[in-house]
Design a protein around this ligand. Structure first.
Ligand SMILES: [Zn+2]
Length: 254
């Protein structure tokens, strides 16, 4: 079982991380992509990849909620130079968060998109309420040959064919199993089966109680919940290509 997107380095997991990883390993989680969000947590992501090379695929990115530090680009490039199978993300655009600066977000995102395109690296994109701008950017720049991932895709069904044409993969989060997320579940039925992935986004995006195998305090989402998320999602989506999709997108061509 592969998890296309989590944040195992998150400080909310401090003190329980080793237990979480032991549980992941004994419950069939074979691979997970651990997404950094700013230069501050990149060292932890790199360390996890070094400690658990079989399990962790490291990803380094500057999240749209984070303020860019002056030398973030050089730092990112140096992580990508030293860790050849590293991915880029989490990065993206967000008009949902209070006080956003969309021009700054655009600049920071396009820098990461361009890097992913130049090196043909897997790119994990976060997009909330900024679909028009995202599509405008994707249409106007070179894109990674392997495509790109729209993690926890929450856009409309109508956008899916065009995004897929541009190279998008779409990952389904356990959070979408909440009853009120029916529109998102319906939209996912339009995702081509060879572009579908699944994710926890742990410690965030807690699934409904019936989809939690591994409860944690403080409403944290356990990364080993991916198995139950897969079982529940397979009742509504055709998931048989997901393992191949994961390998093709995250693990091929290095
Ligand atoms: Zn995330």
């Amino acid at each position: 079982m592969q998890d296309a997107h989590n944040h195992l380095q998150d400080p909310r997991f401090d003190g329980i991380r080793e237990d979480l990883i032991a549980t992941m390993l004994t419950h069939g989680v074979s691979r997970c992509v651990v997404n950094g969000t700013s230069p501050e947590d990149w060292p932890q992501v790199a360390q996890l990849a070094e400690l658990y090379p079989e399990l962790v695929i490291p990803s380094f990115g500057l999240h749209p909620w984070k303020t860019p530090s002056p030398n973030w680009q050089q730092q990112l490039t140096s992580y990508l130079d030293t860790i050849p199978h590293a991915c880029i993300g989490e990065c993206g655009l967000d008009r949902w968060i209070k006080g956003y600066d969309i021009e700054l977000q655009r600049e920071v995102f396009t820098t990461q998109l361009d890097l992913a395109s130049q090196r043909n690296l897997p790119l994990s994109i976060h997009c909330l309420k900024a679909w028009g701008l995202l599509i405008e950017i994707l249409e106007s720049r070179p894109l990674p040959q392997r495509g790109f991932l729209l993690h926890s895709y929450s856009g409309s069904a109508e956008l899916i064919p065009h995004l897929a044409e541009l190279g998008a993969y779409f990952s389904f989060s356990g959070y979408f199993l909440h009853q009120r997320k029916k529109n998102v579940r319906d939209a996912f039925k339009s995702v081509p089966p060879d572009r579908l992935l699944i994710e926890t986004d742990a410690p965030d995006m807690l699934p409904p109680e019936s989809c939690i195998d591994h409860p944690l305090e403080m409403e944290l989402n356990h990364p080993a919940n991916i198995s139950k998320i897969h079982d529940k999602a397979s009742a509504i989506l055709e998931l048989s290509s997901v393992p191949k999709n994961f390998q093709r997108f995250f693990e091929s061509g290095f």
